[in-house]
Design a protein. Structure first.
Ligand code: HEM
Length: 124
């Protein structure tokens, strides 16, 4: 059976990552996190990560996600927004099917705890 990676294709993954960061850098709340960041390197690492999450042969050679995001004070809300951007780009711009979206959503749930440092305030 074809992996998600085979269905989508490596060049599509690169397009997804390009578009993903373009949308993020266009968001006034998210942009400041990326000030001074080496974007080509960041893109390369996210492409590797996404390829391996989707079942491709690339090994992820970036930093551990908790180490990479430590001290940024990423909020629950910003994490959710970034996750939505990724899902929207995959689904609406690149026609990813429900199975693939479900898989990515599951992984986003799994890594959330390593990236979010400021959980949403409890209501009330
Ligand atoms: C949604 C899930 C996320 C994934 C899968 C993800 C993935 C990654 C990856 C693979 C890297 C590169 C690590 C390395 O340098 O080796 C990275 C770095 C980074 N991420 Fe994320 N990220 C996520 C969410 C976020 C959010 C919500 C923000 C901020 C709003 C963010 C901001 C950054 C920044 C600024 C860096 C660069 C760190 C540096 O180079 O010093 N990320 N992320």
């Amino acid at each position: 059976m074809a992996t998600y990676y085979e269905k989508l294709g490596a060049s599509t993954v690169r397009e997804v990552v390009d578009r993903f960061y373009a949308v993020i850098l266009d968001d006034v709340d998210l942009k400041p996190y990326f000030d001074g960041i080496d974007m080509p390197r960041l893109k390369r690492h996210l492409v590797m990560l996404l390829c391996s999450v989707l079942g491709g042969p690339e090994a992820y050679e970036g930093r551990d996600l908790a180490d990479a995001h430590r001290g940024m004070g990423i909020t629950e809300e910003h994490y959710a927004r970034v996750g939505e951007i990724l899902v929207t780009v995959l689904r609406d711009d690149h026609g990813a099917d429900d199975d693939l979206i479900q898989h990515v959503t599951t992984v986003l749930g799994q890594v959330r705890g390593s990236i979010v440092e400021k959980p949403a305030e409890a209501a009330g």
